[in-house]
Write a protein that binds this ligand. Structure first.
Ligand code: 77K
Ligand code: MG
Length: 214
Protein backbone atom coordinates (compact mmCIF):
# COMPACT_ATOMS: atom_id res chain seq x y z
CA UNK A 1 0.00 0.00 0.00
CA UNK A 2 1.29 3.47 -0.86
CA UNK A 3 2.37 5.93 1.78
CA UNK A 4 1.01 9.46 1.79
CA UNK A 5 3.11 12.65 1.63
CA UNK A 6 2.48 13.43 5.33
CA UNK A 7 3.64 9.89 6.20
CA UNK A 8 6.82 10.36 4.14
CA UNK A 9 7.39 13.73 5.82
CA UNK A 10 7.04 12.04 9.25
CA UNK A 11 9.58 9.35 8.22
CA UNK A 12 12.03 12.12 7.26
CA UNK A 13 11.58 13.73 10.70
CA UNK A 14 12.13 10.42 12.50
CA UNK A 15 15.23 9.76 10.37
CA UNK A 16 16.85 13.20 10.38
CA UNK A 17 15.70 15.00 13.52
CA UNK A 18 16.75 14.53 17.15
CA UNK A 19 14.00 13.59 19.61
CA UNK A 20 13.23 16.53 21.91
CA UNK A 21 14.90 19.07 19.61
CA UNK A 22 12.22 21.26 17.95
CA UNK A 23 14.72 23.12 15.76
CA UNK A 24 15.96 19.83 14.24
CA UNK A 25 12.34 18.85 13.51
CA UNK A 26 11.74 22.21 11.77
CA UNK A 27 14.96 21.83 9.73
CA UNK A 28 14.17 18.22 8.78
CA UNK A 29 10.75 19.24 7.44
CA UNK A 30 12.13 22.27 5.58
CA UNK A 31 14.85 20.12 3.94
CA UNK A 32 12.34 17.42 3.01
CA UNK A 33 10.00 19.99 1.44
CA UNK A 34 12.75 21.91 -0.34
CA UNK A 35 14.69 18.93 -1.70
CA UNK A 36 12.31 15.96 -1.76
CA UNK A 37 8.58 16.82 -1.86
CA UNK A 38 6.87 20.21 -1.59
CA UNK A 39 4.27 20.35 1.19
CA UNK A 40 2.02 23.16 2.42
CA UNK A 41 3.85 23.98 5.66
CA UNK A 42 4.22 27.70 6.40
CA UNK A 43 7.93 27.14 5.71
CA UNK A 44 11.15 28.79 6.87
CA UNK A 45 10.74 32.28 5.33
CA UNK A 46 7.18 32.95 6.54
CA UNK A 47 8.04 30.85 9.61
CA UNK A 48 10.63 33.41 10.69
CA UNK A 49 7.92 36.11 10.58
CA UNK A 50 5.60 33.81 12.57
CA UNK A 51 8.37 33.38 15.15
CA UNK A 52 8.77 37.16 15.52
CA UNK A 53 5.06 37.76 16.01
CA UNK A 54 4.69 34.88 18.50
CA UNK A 55 7.72 36.07 20.50
CA UNK A 56 6.37 39.65 20.54
CA UNK A 57 2.88 38.54 21.71
CA UNK A 58 4.23 35.91 24.13
CA UNK A 59 0.73 34.38 24.38
CA UNK A 60 -0.62 32.54 27.43
CA UNK A 61 -3.30 30.92 25.28
CA UNK A 62 -2.87 30.48 21.52
CA UNK A 63 -5.05 28.92 18.84
CA UNK A 64 -3.94 27.44 15.51
CA UNK A 65 -6.50 26.70 12.80
CA UNK A 66 -5.10 24.03 10.48
CA UNK A 67 -2.44 21.74 11.97
CA UNK A 68 -1.58 19.77 8.81
CA UNK A 69 1.69 17.94 9.75
CA UNK A 70 2.39 20.06 12.82
CA UNK A 71 5.24 22.19 11.39
CA UNK A 72 3.82 25.56 12.50
CA UNK A 73 2.52 23.92 15.68
CA UNK A 74 6.15 23.08 16.56
CA UNK A 75 7.33 26.56 15.52
CA UNK A 76 4.79 28.21 17.82
CA UNK A 77 4.95 25.78 20.77
CA UNK A 78 8.76 25.86 20.98
CA UNK A 79 8.53 29.61 21.76
CA UNK A 80 5.83 29.34 24.45
CA UNK A 81 6.92 29.66 28.10
CA UNK A 82 6.03 26.87 30.57
CA UNK A 83 2.36 26.71 31.70
CA UNK A 84 1.12 28.26 28.47
CA UNK A 85 -0.79 26.30 25.86
CA UNK A 86 -1.48 26.03 22.18
CA UNK A 87 -4.74 24.53 20.95
CA UNK A 88 -4.55 23.38 17.33
CA UNK A 89 -7.55 22.27 15.27
CA UNK A 90 -7.31 19.87 12.33
CA UNK A 91 -10.24 18.64 10.23
CA UNK A 92 -8.39 15.76 8.54
CA UNK A 93 -7.81 12.79 10.91
CA UNK A 94 -4.98 11.39 8.76
CA UNK A 95 -3.07 14.69 9.03
CA UNK A 96 -3.74 14.68 12.81
CA UNK A 97 -2.20 11.20 13.22
CA UNK A 98 1.01 12.47 11.56
CA UNK A 99 0.99 15.82 13.37
CA UNK A 100 0.70 14.15 16.80
CA UNK A 101 3.87 12.18 16.08
CA UNK A 102 5.77 15.20 14.73
CA UNK A 103 4.80 17.24 17.82
CA UNK A 104 5.82 14.34 20.10
CA UNK A 105 9.16 13.93 18.29
CA UNK A 106 9.84 17.60 19.07
CA UNK A 107 8.97 16.90 22.72
CA UNK A 108 6.22 19.54 22.74
CA UNK A 109 3.17 17.33 23.37
CA UNK A 110 2.66 18.80 26.87
CA UNK A 111 2.21 22.33 25.48
CA UNK A 112 -0.09 21.35 22.62
CA UNK A 113 -3.69 20.20 22.55
CA UNK A 114 -4.51 18.85 19.07
CA UNK A 115 -8.24 18.52 18.45
CA UNK A 116 -9.69 16.76 15.39
CA UNK A 117 -12.83 18.34 14.02
CA UNK A 118 -14.32 21.25 12.10
CA UNK A 119 -13.31 24.71 13.34
CA UNK A 120 -16.92 25.87 12.91
CA UNK A 121 -18.06 23.20 15.38
CA UNK A 122 -15.13 23.41 17.82
CA UNK A 123 -14.75 27.19 18.26
CA UNK A 124 -18.16 27.51 20.03
CA UNK A 125 -17.02 24.78 22.42
CA UNK A 126 -13.76 26.48 23.44
CA UNK A 127 -15.06 28.04 26.67
CA UNK A 128 -17.09 25.15 28.07
CA UNK A 129 -15.24 22.11 26.69
CA UNK A 130 -11.69 23.44 26.66
CA UNK A 131 -11.77 25.92 29.53
CA UNK A 132 -10.53 28.78 27.38
CA UNK A 133 -11.31 32.33 28.57
CA UNK A 134 -9.90 34.16 25.52
CA UNK A 135 -7.07 33.82 23.01
CA UNK A 136 -4.02 36.08 22.97
CA UNK A 137 -2.88 34.82 19.57
CA UNK A 138 -4.56 33.04 16.62
CA UNK A 139 -2.70 31.57 13.61
CA UNK A 140 -5.00 30.98 10.62
CA UNK A 141 -3.72 28.39 8.15
CA UNK A 142 -6.70 26.17 7.37
CA UNK A 143 -9.19 26.23 4.49
CA UNK A 144 -8.91 29.72 3.02
CA UNK A 145 -12.69 30.13 2.67
CA UNK A 146 -13.04 29.55 6.45
CA UNK A 147 -10.80 32.42 7.62
CA UNK A 148 -13.50 35.12 7.63
CA UNK A 149 -16.26 32.84 8.95
CA UNK A 150 -14.04 31.71 11.80
CA UNK A 151 -12.84 35.10 13.00
CA UNK A 152 -16.47 36.28 13.05
CA UNK A 153 -17.23 33.17 15.09
CA UNK A 154 -14.33 33.93 17.46
CA UNK A 155 -15.72 37.48 17.90
CA UNK A 156 -19.26 36.21 18.54
CA UNK A 157 -18.05 33.61 21.07
CA UNK A 158 -16.17 36.29 23.03
CA UNK A 159 -12.84 34.56 22.44
CA UNK A 160 -10.98 37.70 21.31
CA UNK A 161 -9.86 40.47 23.66
CA UNK A 162 -8.54 44.00 23.07
CA UNK A 163 -5.04 43.32 21.69
CA UNK A 164 -5.56 39.74 20.49
CA UNK A 165 -3.25 39.21 17.51
CA UNK A 166 -4.45 37.26 14.47
CA UNK A 167 -1.83 36.10 11.97
CA UNK A 168 -3.12 34.67 8.68
CA UNK A 169 -1.08 32.60 6.22
CA UNK A 170 -1.61 32.56 2.42
CA UNK A 171 -3.40 35.86 2.09
CA UNK A 172 -1.99 36.14 -1.48
CA UNK A 173 -1.46 32.49 -2.52
CA UNK A 174 -3.88 30.70 -2.57
CA UNK A 175 -5.44 33.97 -1.33
CA UNK A 176 -8.13 35.01 1.13
CA UNK A 177 -9.70 38.11 -0.48
CA UNK A 178 -12.85 38.38 1.66
CA UNK A 179 -10.82 37.95 4.86
CA UNK A 180 -8.31 40.63 3.79
CA UNK A 181 -11.11 43.06 2.85
CA UNK A 182 -12.74 42.54 6.25
CA UNK A 183 -9.69 42.97 8.51
CA UNK A 184 -8.39 45.91 6.43
CA UNK A 185 -11.68 47.87 6.38
CA UNK A 186 -13.27 46.94 9.71
CA UNK A 187 -12.44 49.68 12.31
CA UNK A 188 -12.23 47.01 15.02
CA UNK A 189 -8.99 45.69 13.46
CA UNK A 190 -5.56 47.23 12.89
CA UNK A 191 -4.00 45.27 10.01
CA UNK A 192 -0.55 45.00 8.43
CA UNK A 193 0.76 42.90 5.53
CA UNK A 194 4.11 41.07 5.76
CA UNK A 195 5.27 40.39 2.20
CA UNK A 196 7.01 37.05 1.73
CA UNK A 197 6.90 34.02 -0.56
CA UNK A 198 4.89 30.83 -0.85
CA UNK A 199 6.76 28.20 1.15
CA UNK A 200 9.83 26.78 -0.66
CA UNK A 201 9.10 28.81 -3.84
CA UNK A 202 9.67 32.25 -5.42
CA UNK A 203 5.93 32.86 -5.78
CA UNK A 204 4.67 35.88 -3.82
CA UNK A 205 2.66 35.20 -0.68
CA UNK A 206 2.43 36.90 2.68
CA UNK A 207 1.07 36.99 6.20
CA UNK A 208 -1.54 39.46 7.44
CA UNK A 209 -1.20 40.49 11.07
CA UNK A 210 -4.41 41.94 12.52
CA UNK A 211 -4.87 43.27 16.04
CA UNK A 212 -8.42 43.11 17.45
CA UNK A 213 -9.18 46.48 19.03
CA UNK A 214 -12.17 45.27 21.09
C1 77K B 1 -6.65 20.11 2.10
N1 77K B 1 -6.25 21.08 3.07
C2 77K B 1 -6.06 20.86 4.36
N2 77K B 1 -5.68 22.00 4.95
C3 77K B 1 -5.66 22.95 4.02
C4 77K B 1 -5.34 24.37 4.27
N3 77K B 1 -4.11 24.84 3.68
C5 77K B 1 -4.04 25.15 2.38
O1 77K B 1 -4.99 24.95 1.65
C6 77K B 1 -2.75 25.70 1.83
C7 77K B 1 -2.52 25.59 0.45
C8 77K B 1 -1.32 26.08 -0.11
C9 77K B 1 -1.09 25.97 -1.57
C10 77K B 1 -1.45 24.80 -2.25
C11 77K B 1 -1.20 24.69 -3.61
C12 77K B 1 -0.60 25.74 -4.29
F1 77K B 1 -0.36 25.63 -5.63
C13 77K B 1 -0.26 26.90 -3.64
C14 77K B 1 -0.50 27.02 -2.27
C15 77K B 1 -0.35 26.67 0.71
C16 77K B 1 -0.59 26.78 2.08
O2 77K B 1 0.33 27.37 2.90
C17 77K B 1 -1.78 26.30 2.64
O3 77K B 1 -1.97 26.48 3.99
C18 77K B 1 -5.99 22.38 2.81
MG1 MG C 1 -0.50 27.87 4.75
Amino acid sequence: TWSTRPQRLLKAVQKKATRGDPQSVISAIDNFCRHKEWAMNVGDEKGAILDCVVSEVNPSTALELGTYCGYSTVRIARLLPPETRLITLEFNPDYAVVARQVIAWAGLQDKVELVVGASGDLIPQMKQQFGVKEFDFVFLDHWKDRYLLDIKLLEECGLLRRGTVLLADNVICPGTPEYLEYVRTNPRYESRYFKSHLEYTKVEDGLEKSIFLG
